[in-house]
Design a protein around this ligand. Structure first.
Ligand SMILES: C[S@@+](CC[C@H](N)C(=O)[O-])C[C@H]1O[C@@H](n2cnc3c(N)ncnc32)[C@H](O)[C@@H]1O
Ligand SMILES: [Zn+2]
Length: 197
């Protein structure tokens, strides 16, 4: 009897948390549509002013150990079936947020080299804000901030004039240019290698 009461209380708590997360993930300012960049994307349903809060990126708060485990699992799945989407967001040095929940609309926001949004972290919550005024119908994007070490795995299709061709944090664009130039040089010197007769 005690055990079943305990189970019921746990289940009610879990349902309350799910409902709360679902409510937190709602926004009238954006909707999901087919994207020109990749798969599905998120679009503004009205004009949005610079700095306005657009939507919360909801998910499960996990520690770095659990996060690494999930990221590795994701990488294995990607290698096997080509599923490459990663929904884990860095919160701070201790925690990440796994946003892989069907009602987390913000998880579908694509990356752009000229983003119109950015993520603001408030304690352990993540909110997507407008980086500039956004017109109704524009696709929402932010800088995924991917590390330079994986640049070759993530070609960028954002199509913006300043696109650097790969999804890499803007803070590492200088390093990206250096690595691309070095790769190009290596490629050319291999092409020019004389043939041994
Ligand atoms: C979190 S999902 C974003 C939603 C995705 N469009 C979808 O339909 O599932 C992240 C994945 O979307 C793709 N993506 C996002 N931005 C991109 C971009 N600028 N260029 C190419 N692919 C992009 C990549 O495959 C990335 O791993
Ligand atoms: Zn780009």
């Amino acid at each position: 009897m005690g055990k079943s009461k305990d189970k019921t209380a746990k289940s009610a708590k879990w349902i309350r948390r799910m409902k709360e997360m679902w409510q937190q993930a709602q926004s009238d300012l954006c909707e999901v549509r087919h994207s020109q960049i990749h798969g599905r994307g998120v679009y503004a349903t009205c004009d949005i002013a610079k700095d306005d809060k657009i939507i919360e990126y909801v998910g499960e708060l996990i520690d770095k150990k659990e996060s690494e485990k999930r990221a590795n699992l994701q990488a294995e799945r990607a290698a096997e079936h080509g599923e490459a989407a990663v929904y884990i967001f860095t919160v701070d040095d201790e925690y990440d947020l796994d946003g892989n929940l069907p009602w987390n609309t913000a998880r579908l926001i694509n990356h752009s080299c000229e983003p119109n949004c950015e993520a603001w972290i408030d304690d352990t919550r993540i909110f997507i804000h407008a980086l500039r005024d956004i017109k109704k119908g524009e696709e929402l994007t932010f800088d995924y901030g991917f590390d330079i070490e994986t640049w070759e795995d993530h070609p960028c299709l954002c199509g913006r004039p300043s696109c650097v061709g790969h999804i890499v944090s803007r803070t590492q664009w200088d390093e990206l240019a250096k690595r691309k130039a070095a790769k190009q040089k290596h490629h050319q010197s291999r092409k020019r290698k004389p043939k041994v007769k």
